[in-house]
Design a protein around this ligand. Structure first.
Ligand SMILES: NC(=O)C1=CN([C@@H]2O[C@H](COP(=O)(O)OP(=O)(O)OC[C@H]3O[C@@H](n4cnc5c(N)ncnc54)[C@H](O)[C@@H]3O)[C@@H](O)[C@H]2O)C=CC1
Ligand SMILES: CC(=O)C(=O)O
Length: 315
């Protein structure tokens, strides 16, 4: 199966590398405005193939995306130290207005997975541009809060001394400053968080809860201050979504997709838990959050909606 990656900087290239390490798909086509960069990344990553899985990794043009099952969009600029994701909006919206039609012209059957920030608004814009190509909205998805959910699970697993695969926890809302950590719904090994933590004599104090919240919400700022960009976490998240889609694994992931309504805010794109299969989003499961979390989700949805309108999108 063919996967396209448009934008072969830190994020696109790391996603391709993670796919090779994991053995996702058969062929990866890398496209970038900077053709030399795409060629160099494809060559470098293809040299890892003999140590991992038998994938073909090449650089290409938009027409080479023909027949792709999935196209990842990681083109555009990233945050500079201290910059928020929303500050990238105008610049990356301009990139999307040229990239998305070019992708859909050649890969009209693919699921589109947007990673470019601010990812919720970029996904909303991609879905609006895809309407001209009659692409169903279930096939336009963004990485949303998959990375934040991974950060949340990882920090909880460290605090509780347990394998993160047994920590069920979700971050919903904007992939950004207003995201909502769903503390009230966390379960560990089938038990509510509080029950598990008491049984293990590891009760989580309010200051620990606040510290985990802060670390999840500010992870990108801290990493960007230290090394200019984040890419291993998101590259792995993209490879995981690619695996779920290409193999129709039916996983529940906090991706973002256009929603008719979220907590009373209409026509907004943000993350909720979704059932994901080969054709993209199969079903959405709005979580039963507590009152405080619901209020925070409503505020997050309104922030995203305001940003969508700020670039002249009223649909
Ligand atoms: N969704 C998430 O959780 C995360 C999203 N990101 C976002 O991913 C995006 C990419 O980040 P990096 O890879 O670090 O940036 P980067 O600057 O390393 O790479 C961006 C690439 O996009 C290419 N590009 C720019 N305009 C293009 C166009 N019109 N057509 C084709 N290619 C074009 C550039 O040539 C460059 O190779 C940023 O918006 C960043 O904020 C980064 C980390 C996590
Ligand atoms: C950059 C970014 O969006 C992240 O690491 O969460």
């Amino acid at each position: 199966m063919k996967i396209g990656i448009v934008g072969c900087g830190f994020v696109g290239a790391t996603a391709a590398y993670a796919m090779v390490m994991r053995g996702v798909g058969r062929k990866i086509v890398m496209v970038d405005l900077n053709r030399d960069r795409a060629r160099a990344e494809a060559a470098d990553i293809s040299h890892a193939v003999p140590f991992a899985h038998a994938l073909e990794v090449t650089a290409g043009e938009y027409e080479d995306l023909n027949g792709a099952s999935l196209v990842v969009i990681a083109a555009g600029v990233g945050q500079k130290p201290g910059e928020s994701r929303l500050q990238l909006l105008e610049r990356n919206a301009a990139v999307f207005r040229s990239v998305i039609p070019a992708v859909l012209k050649h890969a009209g059957e693919a699921v589109l997975l947007v990673a470019t920030n601010p990812v919720d608004i970029m996904t909303h814009l991609a879905a609006a541009l895809a309407r001209d190509f009659r692409i169903p909205r279930s096939r336009i998805i963004g990485t949303g809060t998959t990375l934040d959910t991974a950060r949340f699970r990882s920090l909880l697993s460290n605090a509780l001394g347990i394998d993160p695969r047994h920590v069920h926890a979700h971050v919903v809302g904007e992939h950004g400053d207003s995201e909502v950590l769903g503390w009230s719904l966390v379960t560990v090994g089938g038990m509510p968080l509080e029950t598990f933590a008491k049984r293990r004599s590891l009760p989580l104090h309010p200051d620990q809860i606040a510290s985990i919240d802060h670390q999840v919400r500010h992870a990108a700022y801290k990493i960007i201050a230290g090394k200019q960009a984040t890419y291993y976490g998101i590259g792995s998240a993209i490879a995981n979504v690619a695996d779920v889609i290409l193999n129709d694994r039916r996983s529940i992931l906090t991706l973002c997709t256009p929603l008719v309504d979220c907590e009373g805010v209409g026509n907004v794109t943000l993350s909720l838990p979704h059932l994901i299969g080969g054709s993209g989003i199969l079903e959405t499961f709005p979580p039963t959050l507590d009152e405080r979390e619901r209020r925070a989700l409503r505020e997050s949805a309104q922030i995203v909606r305001n940003s969508i309108e700020s670039i002249g999108m009223h649909g």
